[in-house]
Design a binder for this molecule. Structure first.
Ligand SMILES: O=c1ccn([C@@H]2O[C@H](COP(=O)(O)O)[C@@H](O)[C@H]2O)c(=O)[nH]1
Length: 241
């Protein structure tokens, strides 16, 4: 189960990233997001590859089709496993992103990344969707529409809150990848995550992969926190509160 937990390298420098990698040798799947990639560039991807880690490049591209295609082509060349775009960019942009990621990977002679689309950020509430973003659909329905748009555009899956995973699994089928951040063990604080479930509930709802960051990375002993999630998942006594 722990190989289906993706840990984000949400740190400001390469030195911090290396320190976290050393403290968490059992993590097999790492996420590189906006903070680390913007501050240090693509070098971290090579470091992860040298250590035989799987890579989720979470840059959440959201732009016009031509720009999305250019960015996804470049990202496709890195040989990463997962790559994010925003579903709200629309069908033309999503189709262009998928095709370009494949083209970039082919140019570099590597496997293409699975391009997955953000549905509704897990930091948003139904209230913020309605009153700040002025989206007139119920949050669950909007997330489903974004997932269907991604699926119709040929993407491999979506990033969604674990609270929407069961519905998306039901409608989009078993082969559609569901990657869920917004996951919080009972013993961790939610912080800015608003639509959360525990790791156990998230997998039960149909998630393929969970992204769990601060409950592990900000823990006094990150390796122990990671193992505790494993124990929670297998129902071992050590993981209970
Ligand atoms: O809707 C989304 C999309 C991406 N994320 C990313 O996942 C991690 C979550 O980290 P935590 O510390 O476990 O909150 C973070 O890198 C986000 O950028 C998300 O949270 N929600």
């Amino acid at each position: 189960m722990l190989d289906r937990i993706i840990v984000p390298l949400d740190v400001p420098s390469e030195a911090d990233a290396l320190a976290l990698l050393d403290r968490l040798p059992d993590v097999t799947f790492w996420k590189v997001g906006l903070e680390l990639f913007t501050s240090t560039g693509a070098g971290i991807l090579n470091i992860l590859k040298e250590r035989q880690k799987r890579i989720f490049l979470d840059l959440k591209f959201h732009d016009i089709p031509n720009t999305m295609a250019g960015a996804c082509r470049a990202a496709g060349r890195y040989g990463v496993d997962l790559l994010t775009v925003h579903a709200a960019a629309g069908q033309e942009a999503l189709r262009a992103a998928q095709a370009a990621a494949e083209a970039g990977a082919a140019e570099a002679g590597c496997s293409p990344p699975k391009v997955i689309a953000i549905t509704v950020l897990t930091s948003l509430t139904p209230r913020s969707l309605a009153f700040e973003l002025k989206i007139p659909l119920e949050l669950n329905d909007y997330a489903l529409q974004m997932a269907l748009l991604a699926q119709e555009s040929g993407l491999a899956g979506v990033v969604c809150s674990p609270q929407e995973a069961a519905q998306l699994r039901d409608v989009c089928g078993q082969d559609f990848l569901l990657v869920c951040p917004g996951v919080r063990p009972r013993w961790a604080e939610a912080k800015d995550q608003k639509r959360t479930l525990t790791p156990e509930a998230a997998f039960k709802a149909g998630a393929d992969y969970l992204v769990v960051g601060r409950p592990i990375t900000m823990a006094e002993d990150p390796a122990a926190a990671f193992q505790r999630i494993g124990q929670d998942l297998t129902g071992e006594e050590g993981g209970k509160l």
